[in-house]
Design a protein. Structure first.
Lengths: 408, 200
């Protein structure tokens, strides 16, 4: 097929760039007439800057990042939209061996249970505060990231104030395991393979995972410069179809070996194939020889993983408000509501006759088990999508949700 | 107020490039220039230095950490934003193209900052050009070495003179529409596979 569209895409060396990388490297983009140029970046700030000035048309982004750009929360902000999600889940919380020992003394077990691990960590933190010891220091990859919000959500639900009781710092993903080993941080929340890397090095223990904190929850997305999307609707639709086929290929267990080998290449992650396998199988080494299989640990395709739910964007928005990153106003809410674009996803994929959700948003936490839903065309299974503390997020009742999370 | 009154911090892991920028800033009359290569403990250093302008290379993976620090404004007293004026799109593009980013204390006048940024951009570009030329010189040298080896192989195995060996390489390259160095590399590789021709 001849090249009809040239698209330049930025990505960070994280496993959840796989759908974008495979679209370019496994021929899915070419089949849609796209020449996809992939550029590896060194920071989210670079991705944001290069999207803003037009070096990149689209990019692998943290789910809340396009919101932060559109809401003007970052330098060099530009209107960025999300027509496609790159998957659900994939993150873990990892702590140092010393913190793990302290947690174990307070009843933690190596079972990834967020409530039990959080209660133990809370008890450890209170004990340290009582002994007037330095607060524990946790790292996340970016202030506007799922990692920051899920770590804070987890701690807050377990009685820890993430602003007062601990310190949260920013560390680039590839440096996390080293920073933990060197004692500069006591724990972190990051995507794979950077948790398994600390376990493999014997310097960290995985204590819980995103897939248990909030089942089938949003992580990375494709962020698109709004102006480019408006000027190139055909190129964008072709790209979304290529990403759809790529995501299906990434999800297929038969392709795990090939995908791990692709991501292991120096141009992408540059990490051994073996360390890519936990994210693909959900079979995690937690440290200390304990192994655990996590259902739906990371989904690049299944459970409508690529659908850009407005309820996901709005949940991120509530957490930005919760942690003081911006005020809750009708204007801000309207911007957050318009950032994720299920309409673009639907119109691009409609010709393929695949299953598409009928709604733009859902009540997060309502589905307790995997549930087939009504959709255009073929059948579709969603969820479960519960939060570990049983809370429900209804995007039609945002004010009540924000009020309920306000600190006393 | 003279140019020299601004406090400038340069964060660059590349020591050569950092010193080129530092020299440029000093030439322009800036007396308060600090260069940091390693971001460990940088929060404390920034609090001590209290920079008006921070120049950082885009390759630095710690930009997210630094921006977060600026936004929290604990280490730095005043909020810092990238560039002075967001309407100055050309300047922003030139900076990103050159691989440099700048953070400026809010409220500083554009005319005071722009010369610093322009200087950083031109020095970054000069450094890239230098690095590129160095790389070209290096690969030129490598090419010459491999062509010499290929000539040696041809002279030995086919009893050719040096001139004839080179002519054969050149003719083959022209016929195949490839570079002489590529043909020479193929020959050296093949000779290595086929046997101990060079006493290996």
């Amino acid at each position: 097929m001849s090249v009809a569209h040239q698209i330049t895409a930025g990505f960070m060396p994280l496993f959840d760039s796989a759908v974008l990388v495979a679209a370019g490297e496994m021929g899915f983009a070419a089949r849609e007439g796209i020449e996809l140029k992939l550029h590896r970046e060194t920071s989210w700030a670079n991705i944001r800057d290069r999207i803003a000035i037009g070096h990149f048309d689209v990019a692998h982004m943290l789910g809340p990042m396009p919101l932060a750009c559109s809401l003007g929360l970052t330098p060099l902000a530009s209107e960025t939209i999300v027509p496609f999600s790159l998957g659900l889940g994939g993150n873990c919380v990892t702590v140092s061996n010393a913190v793990w020992q302290g947690m174990a003394a307070h009843g933690a077990a190596p079972d990834l249970d967020p409530a039990r691990a959080g209660a133990a960590l809370g008890a450890l933190i209170r004990e340290r505060t009582g002994a007037v010891r330095e607060p524990l220091r946790f790292a996340v990859v970016h202030p506007h990231s799922g990692h920051n919000y899920e770590l804070r959500y987890w701690l807050a639900a377990c009685g820890v104030d993430p602003d007062r009781d601990i310190e949260i710092v920013i560390v680039p993903p590839p440096f996390m395991a080293d920073a933990l080993a060197a004692g500069r941080i006591d724990g972190y929340c990051v995507g794979e393979p950077w948790n398994s890397a600390a376990v493999a090095a014997g310097t960290g223990r995985i204590v819980t995972v995103k897939a248990l904190l909030w089942r089938n929850s949003p992580e990375k997305v494709i962020g698109v410069r709004k102006m480019w999307a408006e000027e190139n609707p055909d190129a964008l639709a072709a790209l979304l179809r290529a990403l759809h086929h790529s995501a299906r290929w990434c999800q297929d267990p038969a392709n795990r070996g090939e995908l791990a080998a692709l991501m292991a290449r120096p141009a992408f992650l540059g990490q051994p194939e073996a360390i890519q396998m936990p994210v693909l199988t959900g079979q995690l080494q937690l440290g200390g020889g304990v192994e655990r299989r996590v259902e739906d640990f990371f989904l690049p395709f299944d459970k409508a993983a690529n659908f850009p739910w407005k309820s996901h964007a709005l949940w991120f928005y509530t957490q930005m408000v919760r942690w003081g990153q911006l005020p809750h106003t009708p204007q801000n809410l309207a911007i957050a509501r318009d950032c994720y674009r299920p309409d673009l996803y639907r119109s691009a994929l409609k010709p393929l006759g695949v299953a598409l959700p009928g709604a733009n948003a859902k009540v997060e936490g309502a589905l307790k088990v995997a549930t087939p839903v009504g959709s255009a065309g073929a059948s579709l299974v969603l969820g479960p999508d519960g939060f570990f503390d049983g809370q429900i997020f209804d995007p039609d009742r945002i004010d009540a949700y924000i009020d309920g999370q306000r600190r006393a | 107020m003279s140019a020299g009154s601004l406090t400038i911090l340069v964060i660059d892991e590349n020591r050569i490039r950092a010193s080129i920028i530092e020299a440029g800033l000093r030439d322009a009359g800036h007396r308060h220039v600090t260069v940091i290569h390693d971001v460990a403990g940088i929060a404390r250093r920034i609090a001590e230095i209290e920079p008006d302008v921070i120049v950082i290379d885009l390759e630095n993976p710690n930009r997210d950490m630094l921006e977060n620090m600026f936004q929290l404004s604990r280490a730095v007293k005043r909020p810092i934003a990238m560039f002075v004026d967001r309407s100055d799109q050309a300047s922003i593009e030139a900076a990103v193209d050159a691989g440099v980013s700048a953070y400026v204390v809010d409220g500083l006048k554009k005319e005071r900052i722009k010369p610093i940024l322009d200087m950083a951009i031109s020095r970054f570009n000069a450094f890239s050009r230098m690095a590129r030329e160095l790389e070209e010189a290096r690969s030129e040298l490598e090419n010459r070495k491999v062509i010499d080896r290929a000539k040696g192989i041809l002279m030995k195995s086919r009893g050719l003179s040096e001139e004839a060996a080179y002519a054969l390489l050149r003719k083959t390259a022209m016929n195949q529409n490839r570079k002489i160095a590529d043909i020479a590399q193929s020959l050296v590789t093949a000779a290595g596979l086929l046997g101990p021709l060079e006493g290996e």
